[in-house]
Design a protein around this ligand. Sequence first.
Ligand SMILES: NC(=O)c1ccc[n+]([C@@H]2O[C@H](COP(=O)([O-])OP(=O)(O)OC[C@H]3O[C@@H](n4cnc5c(N)ncnc54)[C@H](OP(=O)(O)O)[C@@H]3O)[C@@H](O)[C@H]2O)c1
Length: 325
Amino acid sequence: MRSAIRPMPCVRHSATVESTVRGAGIDNYRAEVRVLDLPEPVLLSPEHVLIDVQCAGVGNWDDIVRSGGWNIGCAPPMALGVEAAGIVRDIGPAVTRFRVGDAVLAHAMPVQQGAWAERWVALESQVAHKPVEVAWTVAAALPVPALTAHQVLDNALGLQPGETVLVHGAGGITGGLLVSLAADVGATVIGTAGPRNTDRLMQLGAADVVDYHAADWPERVRKLCPGGLPAAVNAVRGQAGLIMPLVASGGRLATITGDPPLEVRGIRISNCYVQPDGRALEQVATRLAHQRVSIPLAATYPLFDAAAALARVVSGSGPVVLEVR
Ligand SMILES: NC(=O)c1ccc[n+]([C@@H]2O[C@H](COP(=O)([O-])OP(=O)(O)OC[C@H]3O[C@@H](n4cnc5c(N)ncnc54)[C@H](OP(=O)(O)O)[C@@H]3O)[C@@H](O)[C@H]2O)c1
């Protein structure tokens, strides 16, 4: 989730001088999250889509934005949030895929302001239609984890049917989607997770789930794939190096936690950061809906309680969504 985007001043345009929307965000980097009145966002590009936000996702990456570690394209004072689901309120003249009233979801960057707000503007190329069977809350929590999982498996690993892949950290929201999408490709999926997630991951298509609390869990994985893993994904902060010895020489390892190990034994390493992609998001959201894959949300919070929502996510108690209206 790195970016070389230069911050632009947050939403400095308004439909009318006094027109504002409610958001939740920060006055300065590292400040506490609070409710903000933000200038009404407007269509600055002919390719912009203005969205009435229904729900917005809260991830531990939002705390990275809060502390200034991930530049999403604007600077404080700003709303946080990089993913949301809502209804199209207005479109720029070059927009062709969406109409006013469409139900959509998006991970968007760079942005005029974050998605934790009543209205949000995204480029058409970063917006996806929401499958009807996906609830607003789930649609808001999908964009970053679903795109990440898709991009890791398709672009970084190029996972093939019949291959075995390890998902280390399969119990998390992104980890679960990695398991589901890898199984859908026809791969044999081994996940590491705590016991409370074993049944869910087996239902998502894992062939085996190894409890990472056992001291000998790497040995258990090795026994499941004695020749070494052709492909592995790390979704646990700081642990990409730990799974390197399990990967076969000439294999592939992708990590989503910014901790790529050195390349040894011809293993190809990918250090993956999610990229906005509306068409890919639409495909993967539709695929997950058909597979009846949902996200086990820990809680929903009202917008004015965004600080508590973020604190809960940072404490590691699962995915959380803000209900904006
Ligand atoms: N690079 C990117 O673009 C990108 C995109 C999305 C996410 N991420 C990052 O990827 C990481 C995972 O994301 P997520 O959405 O899956 O997070 P998450 O939902 O917060 O994952 C938490 C889960 O990790 C599991 N876990 C914790 N310690 C573990 C260990 N030692 N071994 C195995 N599993 C362990 C736990 O599973 P149990 O409950 O089963 O114990 C826990 O429920 C986060 O650090 C996130 O910031 C990066």
